[in-house]
Design a protein around this ligand. Structure first.
Ligand SMILES: [Zn+2]
Length: 465
């Protein structure tokens, strides 16, 4: 006589049992480390949400390939029950081998005699705020919205594939998530397609990942899993779709291959609304065109070679620096004005030092040499040409100090990125493709003082060239 049992009631000694389960996690078939065994692991749970690992071997994997669909309901009878092997995932007290002698029955959604199991709710996820507190190496689960996804990349030695994504929770806290190897080629590619091509925001349940949010050998990623908690998150996505679309654009801007982990609440002001932004502490963004003004500029200031003190004089010489209280040489520091224009107004901001030198492709010494030693106009027509007809997202801040010709509170340009017009359709960026895009399209120029922080891994890995 068959008896309906729950997972915890079934032991290696139980005979003639049947258990109603639904798969809640599934690995792709893989080989054992010594390549001798081909197997697949599936985690199923019963009506009490007790869980057990089901393992398929060899030919049984193909025989069961239309069974064990995630969140579908099945009746399993008399699988082989054994103690978990040392290399197994330890999910329940035992593990089940489903082979050709096991009886399996699929329960369709609208079955009247046998009701399917309800959507699962048992999760051991942690919240985003607790991610940083996880001890390294400890595995945990995360339920998150994928706000952006980059193409497949390779480590410097080309041995490993990975993909970067930005995940987010309801608190709008974005975090980097690194997807490695097989998961990058499969789930990662699907996430890229959904986010970049369809502008859909998939929910992922990333299981058994580790701090710094990265997958490892035993991780899985479920896309839009049918959990009760995911339904709530889907509601939040629908209410915040516009913010997510803007976030995808904003976090994509730096280059084709890497993502930019920016905060969600960077407010974009119109140029005419900049006047309302009076704090010198905050940075803010406008979107507009950048050009060099027509009036004459020297493109440099002279300042102390050792500190930040600048002077009004334009001729290099030794001075007594009022900061250092020591004799110092004046050296040129790149410094000039740009105009920022959107459909509401035009305003002026200063650009200085490294950022300015990069815009002009010239060092401050070269600028001094042309404009003051040779007494010529700085050739800037080609700079205006480069900037023309492009839309930039520009990070500004009100200056907290005076300069020789500006009061405190004037605008300083901290960084700018060209706004991409459309997403990349490619799944992965070929080397030549990546180069082309880096040269022609979105180039981030940023001042060392800008507030943007880049994450250190795996971007620290040299990119393939
Ligand atoms: Zn000084």
């Amino acid at each position: 006589m068959e008896q309906r049992l729950s997972i915890s009631e079934i032991t290696p000694l139980t005979t003639e049992w049947t258990c109603k389960v639904q798969p809640v996690d599934k690995f792709r078939p893989r080989d054992s480390r010594d390549q001798r065994v081909h197997f697949q692991t599936i985690i199923v749970q019963d009506v009490n949400e007790e869980q057990v690992c089901v393992i398929l071997y060899g030919d049984d994997i193909r025989r069961c390939d239309n069974l064990f669909e995630l969140f579908e309901t099945y009746l399993i009878s008399t699988a082989k029950v054994r103690n978990p092997q040392p290399y197994s995932l330890h999910v329940g007290q035992f593990e089940w081998i489903v082979d050709r002698f096991t009886i399996m029955e699929s329960i369709p959604k609208n079955n009247e005699k046998e009701t399917p199991l309800p959507p699962p709710s048992r999760l051991s996820t942690i919240s985003f705020v607790d991610v940083a507190q996880q001890p390294s190496g400890v595995e945990f689960d995360l339920l998150a919205v994928v706000a952006n996804c980059g193409p497949t990349q390779y480590t410097a030695d080309q041995s490993k594939r990975f993909q970067e994504a930005i995940v987010m929770d309801k608190m709008k806290k974005p975090l980097f998530f690194t997807i490695w190897e097989d998961l990058a080629s499969n789930e990662g590619a699907e996430l890229l397609r959904q986010v970049r091509q369809l502008q859909e925001y998939p929910i992922i349940l990333a299981k058994r990942i580790v701090t710094r949010l990265a997958t490892r050998y035993n991780s899985t990623i479920l896309i839009n899993p049918l959990y009760v908690q995911a339904t709530e998150l889907r509601k939040w996505i629908n209410e915040n779709k516009q913010m997510l679309i803007e976030y995808t654009v904003k976090s994509s801007t730096e280059s084709a291959s890497s993502l930019n982990l920016v905060a969600v609440d960077d407010e974009i002001l119109t140029v005419s609304a900049i006047a309302t932004q009076t704090s010198t502490a905050a940075t803010f963004y406008v979107e507009g065109e950048i050009s060099l003004p027509e009036h004459f500029q020297r493109f440099y200031l002279l300042g102390c070679s050792e500190c930040n003190h600048v002077v009004r004089s334009k001729i290099k010489r030794e001075i007594q620096c009022i900061n250092c209280r020591l004799p110092r040489m004046l050296i040129p520091k790149c410094h000039f004005e740009v105009e920022i224009t959107d459909e509401t107004d035009t305003t002026t901001a200063t650009v200085s030092e490294g950022l300015g030198e990069r815009i002009l492709s010239m060092t401050a010494e070269q600028i001094y040499d042309i404009t003051t030693v040779k007494n010529e106009l700085l050739p800037v027509a080609h700079i205006n040409q480069l900037l023309a007809d492009k839309l930039f997202r520009i990070q500004l801040q009100r200056s907290s100090s005076r300069t020789p010709d500006k009061n405190a509170g004037s605008l300083v340009l901290l960084s700018y990125t060209e706004k991409p017009t459309m997403f990349l359709p490619e799944e992965s960026t070929s080397v030549s493709g990546a180069k082309r895009i880096r040269e022609d399209e979105s180039i981030l120029v940023t001042d060392a003082k800008a507030t943007k922080k880049r994450k250190s891994e795996p971007s620290t890995l040299p990119k393939p060239q």
